[in-house]
Design a protein around this ligand. Structure first.
Ligand code: IPE
Ligand code: IPE
Ligand code: MG
Length: 240
């Protein structure tokens, strides 16, 4: 029986987050440049998006570029940004056809102007879609996000809009870039690394983690469904 057939549709994770890792190593294993891995990684983004939408996941967040990734060689960063713009532009009609809404989280101000403009265009063009939210984490890191939220909250206290005693978990959550999305139920990381790398730290307090040795460019629908089957075997207790 395929992994897809083993999934209980009544107990799907509402939000799945993915740390797409291993593009560089995948390319190196083939004697190619890292960017070759990133190019093939785009196919996996498409597969994973289709798999999630087909089964009925409502929110899919993909970690595409971290704050720390800005420290990579200039050439790799530039090629990644080009790939990003190209992909977003090319995929907009497919997102609309499949009723998928694109959203973005992260420090988008740091993106090159043309990338930012095309990203906002796609976000706007798909904003009425309701089947699934595809959330791209771009120039994102949790520490950046929490620091940014802290500044906003401090400003409100300073201006008298908010009392210190009114700062609750919910107030913090509502100042994060993820404020419109529920916390992830499941987080997948590919390529055998067992770490979070500054992704959704606050939001993953009770997230289930799934790690696989598969490098991101090899990740296909059945790999996604395998993670869902594994998730459904777990007992989530939330401290109770
Ligand atoms: C993930 O693959 C993609 C991004 C972080 C942009 P990597 O580029 O990190 O590939 P590895 O981990 O070096 O193999
Ligand atoms: C995490 O992968 C970031 C993304 C997948 C975008 P990295 O490859 O940058 O993380 P580390 O350096 O292995 O922790
Ligand atoms: Mg990596």
């Amino acid at each position: 029986m395929s992994f897809k057939e083993q999934i209980d549709l009544e107990r799907l994770p509402v939000h799945v987050a993915v740390i797409m890792d291993g593009n560089g190593r995948w390319a190196k294993e083939r004697g190619e440049d890292r960017i070759y891995g990133h190019q093939h990684g785009v196919d996996s983004v498409r597969e994973c998006t289709e798999a999630a939408a087909e089964i009925g996941v409502k929110h899919l967040t993909m970690y595409a570029f971290s704050t720390e990734n800005w420290n990579r060689p200039k050439e790799e960063v530039e090629l990644l940004m080009e790939l990003l713009i190209e992909t977003i532009e090319k995929e907009t009609p497919t997102l609309n056809k499949n009723n998928i809404r694109l959203m973005a989280i992260g420090d988008l101000e740091r993106l090159p102007a043309d990338a930012r403009a095309k990203l906002h265009r796609c976000i706007l063009d798909t904003s009425k879609n309701t089947r699934m939210n595809l959330v791209l984490a771009l120039s994102y890191s949790s520490r950046w996000e929490i620091t940014h939220a802290t500044k906003q909250i401090a400003d409100k206290v300073k201006n008298g809009e908010l009392d210190v005693n009114e700062i609750t978990d919910d107030v913090v959550s509502n100042h994060l870039t993820t404020k419109d999305i529920p916390d992830p139920d499941l987080m997948i990381r590919t390529s055998g690394e067992i770490r979070i790398s500054n992704f959704l730290l606050w939001q993953s307090a009770y997230t289930e983690f799934y790690f696989t040795e598969t490098h991101w460019p090899d990740f296909r629908k059945e790999n996604f469904y395998q993670a869902l089957v594994d998730y459904q075997k777990r007992e989530r207790r939330f401290g109770k």
